[in-house]
Design a protein around this ligand. Structure first.
Ligand code: MIG
Length: 793
């Protein structure tokens, strides 16, 4: 056996009879009986529920869909000629005995002949996609953005464990995350297909058979949710509405994170804080990998290496640095160890079919695994985790090894709910329920606070509980290149809060790679430098003054733009739009179908990082400075080059050469970038004064700035305001109008306009909540100094 194998479609039994009943359609044939029900879920979303008679446990065990949408409004079928028809609000479904045709928002999709079938528990849906020219989503994927011609094995695995020593590759499948969600593109129309089945499944967008899109569930029943476009944002927002959006994180979680497997002593952490200060680089969190524990016992600290973790973490916090600890699910199987004893006593661990505690072999040696699908286990876990976080003054938890990794012990014997439920029903959801339980711990600590959790494994819906990092990559240019499409597809798949190990995890990084990685991913939703034990150290200062200055520029730029990033998170929480987006999210045309070496942050910033090193691609020498060159596709309209400080006309591809300390970064005409201009002191940021960086050459610059307390969950009950900002140039006058509304006190944020690339502007007319003032524009507000990106910061 090898990964990526499918069941050949010819092995499926195909129904030949169709019976229309009052509430469902029954498809039958030799060896196959499939019930099909339809329901309207919400506008633009409908569900087809497939019930395969051969499935032994017909219950839906998935927790992907938000509880509100699980019922749906049933749509009755009716017979038209030989075809059963469901006319739902969101679209139309036509079923023949072995064919399925669906149409939503002008996007029609039909199965191939014999494209609906069953093979024992397995379900087959095979669609003809000759007209489809793009396929996106698929969760956390390697390779390129467009999945047409590619396939995905939806099974969560510890990638490095199953693909040993393959760091030179960039085509891993499966990965840590299983999200059976595909977005098909046909010209400028998009359609989302979410196959809600938590078991192993395969998505194949024409790899097995060109021109066909195949879905195979290997067990259990599948609910197929159809998400209408016609645009890509509509599909993505609907998927987010269905499975949930990320709650607002604490502001510090959006800063720079420093991590490494191998940091082991209290002194090292104090030294790190001092080194960041000396390097003049803000850092918002330091991370504790497994080395902090006492012999890999969960919820303990090594007493010798960390005599007083709470004091250490409080000292760090006093200078604005938060602490995050790794928390693996596996509990050391050791009678006398309190965590194990209490778990055993409360029967919280996964069991085998006959009721033995399932045992794996991981870091702690013989290891047992909490069954997070049980409410009792989640309460037990939440109690321990909350106690640990409180006692050691830790602000966030990093959930690793929850794929789940069981080491040299097979996972298959690990069953759920006291051995009653086979492993595969919850395998892909193990991390999901662990994240849910961990969130419960945070709720116990501070019911009105904002938790920060990071998980390696995830499934559809996990974004409601945790951010996701993309696991063990390697310090290679290939893996840097791959980080863009990987995070972009994950973003389109509902997981907006994500990012890779910056600098690369496995193997040794180098000065240039580390620098370019910080630039390329410095505006990603999650930004953490992390590396493996025994690899070369890769803190920002490890490679001398040149790279340090360039990395400092990248990190400081992130902090400057943190208010913008935060606003993107707020907009995500409200609407479901991802933080980072492929260009095809906003621009139509064939040139965007495969474009994945540049991306947008929100809709206003375009990042086109250098993704190759010296000697690996186009390079030039200008004034004695070596520069790497790439092409940048600028969509139509004017773009302000923030690296060089000039307007560039778009609608074309331009060559762009960038020295080591330069990042090609563009703001579109009509953009407003909220900017933090205050002192950079780690996670301390006073956002009561914000600069509004305005780009209004030909277009009105507009932005909705959300006002909230940035600390509590009051926003979730509507306690936030919106400052609507509009700016334009009229002759010598810059006119800026700001109007606040909503459930937040007005005039709590002072906004200072800064206009770019507009030398003719001499005065500012600023109207805030109806009160107008006119004053001269100061020189520094007339022309921003951004000859060099490092200077911008
Ligand atoms: O077997 O905790 O992906 O980030 O540093 C390796 C040690 C276990 C895997 C994680 C990685 C982490 C490492 N962990």
């Amino acid at each position: 056996m090898f990964f990526g194998q499918k069941i050949h479609p010819l092995n499926f039994d195909v129904p030949d009879t169709l019976i229309v009943e009052s509430d469902k359609v029954e498809l039958a044939g030799p060896g196959v009986r499939l019930g099909v029900r339809a329901a309207d879920v919400f506008p633009g979303c409908l569900r087809l529920r497939f019930a395969n008679a051969a499935v032994t446990d017909p219950r839906q065990h998935s927790d992907a869909v938000l509880p509100d949408w699980r019922a749906g409004r049933p749509v009755a079928p009716r017979l038209e000629a030989e075809t059963a028809v469901f006319v739902a609000e969101a679209g139309r479904i036509e079923l023949g005995a072995a064919t399925l045709r669906l149409e939503l928002a002008g996007f029609a999709l039909t199965t191939v002949a014999a494209g609906v079938g069953a093979c024992g528990e397995a379900l087959l849906l095979d669609f003809a996609i000759a007209a489809v020219d793009g396929c996106y989503g698929f969760g956390e994927r390697t390779k390129r953005l467009n999945k047409l011609g590619d396939s995905a094995d939806c099974l969560t695995v510890d990638v490095v464990a199953v693909f040993r020593h393959t760091y030179a590759r960039d085509d891993y499948d499966p990965t840590y995350v299983a999200i059976p969600f595909a977005i098909l593109k046909n010209g400028e129309r998009f359609l989302g297909l979410f196959f809600d089945n938590p078991g192993r499944a395969i998505l194949d967008a024409g790899k097995f058979q060109p021109g066909e899109f195949g879905y195979q569930a290997l067990g259990g029943n599948t609910d197929l949710y159809l998400l209408a476009g016609p645009s890509l944002p509509e599909v993505v927002r609907r998927y987010a509405a269905l499975t949930g959006r990320a709650p607002l994180p604490p502001l510090w979680a959006l800063g720079y994170h420093q991590c490494r497997w191998g940091y082991q002593y209290e002194a090292e952490f104090r030294e790190l804080a001092a080194q960041f200060a000396a390097a003049d680089i803000p850092v918002s969190a330091l991370w504790y990998d497994i080395d902090y524990m006492d012999d890999n016992r969960l919820f303990t600290w090594d007493q010798v290496d960390f005599p007083d973790p709470a004091a250490l973490n409080r000292d760090l916090k006093a200078v604005g640095i938060r602490a995050v600890t790794i928390v693996d699910p596996g509990v050391k199987r050791e009678p006398g160890y309190a965590v194990y004893d209490s778990g055993r006593q409360q029967r919280v661990f996964c069991q085998t079919a006959s009721g033995r505690e399932y045992v794996g072999k991981v870091w702690p040696g013989d290891t047992v695994f909490p069954d997070f699908t049980l409410e009792t286990t989640r309460a037990w876990w939440a109690g321990w985790l909350a106690g640990f976080l409180r006692a050691s003054a830790v602000d966030g938890a990093w959930l690793d090894m929850n794929d789940p990794a069981t080491g040299y012990s097979r996972t298959q014997e690990m069953r759920f709910q006291h051995g009653a439920i086979p492993h595969d029903r919850y395998h892909n959801q193990y991390a999901h329920y662990m994240a849910m339980a961990s969130r419960q711990a945070c709720d116990q600590l501070d019911p009105n606070g904002r938790p920060f959790l990071l998980t390696r494994s995830a499934c559809a819906g996990t974004q409601r509980y945790s951010a996701v990092w993309t696991g063990d990559n390697a310090s290679t240019w290939k893996h840097l290149r791959m980080a863009l499409p990987c995070s972009l597809n994950l973003s389109l798949s509902g997981v907006a809060f994500n990012g890779p190990d910056a600098g690369g995890f496995m193997d040794d990084t180098n000065a240039e790679l580390l620098t370019r990685w910080h630039q390329a991913c410095g505006l990603f939703p999650f930004f953490r430098n992390h590396s493996a034990k025994h690899s070369r150290f890769q803190e920002p200062w490890q490679f001398g003054p040149g790279p340090l200055a360039a990395i400092r520029g990248a990190i400081r730029t992130r902090y400057r733009l943190l208010p913008y990033l935060y606003q993107c998170f707020f907009a995500h929480w409200r609407e479901g739009d991802p933080i980072i987006r492929p260009l095809l999210y906003h621009y139509a045309g064939p040139e965007y179908v495969h474009l994945d070496d540049q991306y947008l942050v929100g809709d206003a910033l375009l990042v086109a990082p250098i993704l190759h090193g010296e000697g690996q691609g186009p390079e030039i020498v200008r004034n004695g400075v070596k520069m790497q060159e790439r092409s940048v596709l600028l969509p139509p309209g004017w773009w302000f080059d923030l690296n060089r400080g000039e307007w560039v006309e778009g609608g074309r591809v331009i060559p762009y050469a960038a020295a080591l300390d330069e990042l090609p970064l563009f703001a579109r005409d009509g953009a407003v970038l909220p900017y933090y201009a205050g002192p950079l002191r780690n996670s301390f940021m006073d956002l009561s004064a914000i600069e509004l960086h305005l780009f209004c050459r030909e277009r009105l610059a507009q932005f909705s700035y959300f006002l909230d307390d940035r600390e509590t969950r009051r926003y979730a009950t509507g306690a936030y305001g919106i400052a609507r900002i509009a700016a334009e140039i009229q002759g010598e006058r810059l006119r800026v109008v700001i109007a606040e509304s909503g459930d937040y006190p007005t005039n709590t944020v002072s906004f200072t306009p800064v206009v770019y690339g507009c030398p003719e502007a001499r005065e500012l007319e600023l109207t805030v909540n109806g009160r107008a003032t006119i004053r001269p524009l100061h020189a520094e507000q007339r022309e921003w100094l951004c000859r060099k990106w490092a200077v911008l910061a």
